[in-house]
Design a protein around this ligand. Sequence first.
Ligand SMILES: Cc1ncc(COP(=O)(O)O)c(C=O)c1O
Length: 412
Amino acid sequence: MRKVYFDHSATTPVDPAVAEEMMKYLTEHFGNPSSIHAFGREARKAVEHARQQVATAIGASHVGEIAFTSGGTEADNMAIRGVAYANRHKGNHIITTAAEHHAVLSTCKQLEKEGFAVTVLPLDQYGQVTAQQVADAITDKTILISVMHANNEIGTIMPIKEIGQVAKERKIIFHCDAVQSVGKIPVNVDELGVDLLTISGHKIYGPKGIGAMYIRKGTFWQPITYGGGQERRRRPGTENVAGIVGLGKAIELATERMQSEAERLTRYRDRLISEVMAKIPHTILTGHPTNRLPNHVSFCFRFIEGESMLLMLDMKGIAISSGSACTSGSLEPSHVLTAIGLPQEVAHGSLRLTMGKDNTEEDVEYFLEVLPPIIERLREMSPLSEGYNACAFGTCDAHAHDHGHDEFEDEF
Ligand SMILES: Cc1ncc(COP(=O)(O)O)c(C=O)c1O
């Protein structure tokens, strides 16, 4: 059976060239970068080379502005909590958005318990916020703005450059979670006007458990963990040398192939969107139709339940993900899908397909062949399908009012 991996926003395989680089630092050059003997110096050299690779990829002016972390989650925590605690004397207000990953939203929630006030900006139907919304939310107590670059669930790209301008004019520290955008679309910290940026290794063909936080020189910030002097005391603990080497190599490779990959995957993406919308009725495209990640396709199919769709596609060898997570028997719809205004029952029928460097046109064709009968079958079987069957027989309210199938679908 054909195997198609369409879940690159969840994670990616380690590139063989990355694994090869890493291997040397697991076995041969195993030294502790803090040791001053030759073994240590070898490891230190590799860590600093990787730091340079990361700095170059995101246009950082100083290599010292990169601190390695255990991943995107830790970098988000470090950025947000580090700024919040260090600037407490100036104010306690943080602005973020309803689109953020839990690594940001849960961190902000925790800060609220500690006396900070958080404004979570609402999203439009495409999952965007505007720079004006950010500007309007600023008060004299605002110390931090945190807005993601591209959304993991619906692929929408946020107007980071415009928000960066607002932050700069109002002299407020600006953090951006760029876990999903790095390596896929250009990310330049100066052009975007960000002060802190989050990067994760495993979304860009690097290993899991490694990431980085960019912090602009001069940004008022304090560490959130304490220990040795590693990473200029910003992130103490013996460095994950192999992971760091892997991240450096991965970000370099991702930057090299970014343009050609973006062009190729945008073609697949647009074909998938137009054919799925044409072939399957009652489909809602989630996220922005064009201002979205090149590799990202996401829909909600009405009258079906995402988990069943995921399992049926899995049986056909296709790995995708659904925005609804089945936790202890109760289906919780994704907070992002809810925030763009989708009713719970619609959000439950979500599908996210995220392509990567090894996907081919044949994968796209296979998916387009396999999906429609699965949706058809699930709708026939589904308890949610009463509305669908009524609709198919022309007895639903929408038909009665003679304005197409569903006003809601038109909106999206
Ligand atoms: C937007 C975003 N931020 C943060 C993270 C967390 O990154 P990590 O898995 O490296 O902790 C993810 C992972 O899915 C993500 O998509």
